[in-house]
Ligand binder design. Structure first.
Ligand code: MSP
Length: 507
């Protein structure tokens, strides 16, 4: 079995989960489920980024200890995973001892090798962004952009990690590994960043300014810079699992590609004598109703509440169907409802009901054996084989939105097939030939539906499981084999009708 290690970014523990967090977890989950179905041994890691100034500030604002604060959020984020059917194998928190031990070990090793040095640093510091700023960060008129909040000039003694030493190595590495950054167009942005000389990275914060972090093992008057700490989660998460490093994919948003994931992280690993991850999969950002999501203006979606109202599978479906990886996308309730009604309730939901109803009515709730196939059956089977191969190929390339489009194209073809054969008319005939066609039609519909929902398993695990159960279909055995057109349902007892996607209750 091929080992496959995939991660999400670890979310900042300074507020409740939002749609962006939900999307990244669903996307990663779809990949993880797909790889498992393809036969890989998958390890799927997600978690929480719990140190740093923002967390310390948020906890203070609430008048509670940072640990208490992050403990509450960890419950909320883990609940998010559970409620969205995220199949993560582990949930790492950067305050866990297993993580801190790895961070200390790597820091000590780098320090011993001379990769970390102490120096004075004078510069403009943004408290809000927890970073020293550079001249190029200024607005044209010399002021600092608003996102930095209050900016003050300070001098500090700190520890620095030698980034620049590896700049050329990184450029060469990226140039010779075309599949390191996906989608490929983002590579340019990274190489542009690397065309300027890199500064070494300040990886410490004096304790008097920031308490809430991992103390440096070689100087306890300092804590570790939050990005240096957070990035290492990917490695500490599998420290006790031989064979999983390097990660196959880190799934991240476009805002954290440069510099943390594309520059700091590979260099940190290189300096520590570890292999870089095989690839960074970079997704775009969601806006809501055309605007940036923001809790304060109410342009915000609570993913758990949304899934409760409209269904987990419907939310997962929409997120994956709507966004083409790499591009930005907009979440509007209207567009969600359009897809829900047309694709989930009509195309898929009605097909399930039609198939079950007629099998109950005309065949005593038992799927008949398919007789000899006519042209419509052969055409549908050929379309299935084409769709299946295309969808698998698209999934391998992370084109899940197109994969879903194709899968639903097949679902609509099953509906058209039913219209063409019109089993409800055949059922009225006394002619044994019509009876035979009726049975073939219902057998074909059931088989095609079984296959279509098997293809949807990574995206809509609940609906797929429910339909398989209603059709009396077994889900044992390798997925690829289950995707072969056959007569496996003949004799299966089907369930009564079920409303998979009820008309949504829109207030
Ligand atoms: N804690 C850091 C990541 C450390 S990884 C070693 C962080 N956290 S975050 O909570 O701000 O963001 C977590 C992930 O959510 C990031 O990949 C980010 O791109 C993603 N998203 C945050 N808002 C988003 C949208 N509006 N849309 C899509 N994804 C977005 O960054």
């Amino acid at each position: 079995m091929k080992k496959f290690f995939i991660t999400t970014a670890i979310d900042y523990a300074n507020g409740s989960p939002h749609l962006g967090h939900a999307y990244e977890k669903v996307l990663t989950d779809v990949i993880a489920r797909f790889r498992r179905l393809m036969g890989d041994e998958v390890f799927f890691l997600t978690g929480l980024d719990e140190h740093g100034q923002k967390v310390q500030q948020s906890a203070r604002a609430r008048g509670i200890a940072p640990q208490t604060f992050v403990d509450e959020l960890a419950v909320e984020f883990q609940e998010l995973c559970r409620r969205l059917d995220i199949s993560n194998d582990d949930f790492i928190r950067t305050t866990q001892e297993r993580h801190k031990a790895v961070v200390r070990r790597i820091l000590q090793e780098l320090y011993d090798k001379g990769g970390i040095y102490k120096a004075d640093y004078k510069g403009f510091y943004s408290t809000r962004q927890e970073q020293f700023l550079q001249e190029k960060d200024r607005n044209e008129d010399g002021s600092w952009p608003e996102i930095f909040g209050e900016v003050t000039e300070i001098t500090e003694t700190n520890y620095f990690f030698k980034l620049q030493k590896y700049q050329q190595w990184l450029i060469d590495y990226i140039r010779s590994h075309d599949d390191f950054i996906i989608p490929r167009f983002r590579q340019k942005q990274v190489l542009e960043f690397l065309s300027e000389p890199l500064n070494d990275l300040c990886i410490s914060r004096p304790r008097e300014r920031l308490e809430w972090g991992i103390p440096l093992p070689f100087d306890e008057a300092f804590v570790t810079y939050v990005w240096f700490d957070a990035l290492l989660n990917y490695y500490s998460g599998v420290a006790d699992k031989p064979g999983f490093w390097p990660a196959d994919f880190h799934v991240i948003g476009k805002d954290i590609l440069v510099p943390p994931h594309a520059v700091y992280w590979p260099i940190m690993l290189k300096a520590a004598g570890l292999e870089p991850p095989k690839a960074l999969l970079v997704h775009g950002w969601w806006s809501i109703n055309g605007a940036k999501m923001s809790k304060s203006t109410g342009n915000f979606i609570e993913p758990v509440a949304f899934a409760e109202q409209y269904g987990v599978d419907a939310l997962r479906y929409f997120l994956i169907r709507e966004m083409s990886i790499g591009q930005d996308s907009d979440f509007s309730l209207q567009q969600f409802l359009n897809r829900y009604n047309a694709e989930l309730a009509n195309d898929l939901g009605n097909l399930v009901n039609r198939t079950l109803n007629m099998t109950n009515r005309y065949c005593g709730a038992v799927v008949p054996a398919a007789g000899s196939a006519g042209e419509p059956e052969s055409e549908l089977k050929a379309l299935w084989e084409k769709t299946r191969d295309e969808v698998i190929a698209l999934n391998e390339e992370f084109q899940f939105h197109t994969g879903l489009e194709r899968a639903f194209g097949f679902i609509r073809a099953i509906n058209r097939y039913a219209e063409q054969r019109a089993p409800w008319k055949l059922a009225k005939s006394e002619d044994p030939a019509d009876r035979a066609t009726l049975e073939t039609t219902l057998a074909t519909m059931a088989e095609a539906l079984r296959l279509a929902v098997a293809l949807l398993e990574p995206v809509m695990p609940r609906a797929a499981g429910r339909v398989a159960e209603l059709l009396g279909a077994s889900r044992d055995g390798a997925w690829r084999e289950r995707l072969a057109w056959g007569d496996s349902l003949a004799g299966a007892k089907v369930g009564k009708t079920a409303i998979l996607f009820p008309r949504p209750n829109v207030a």
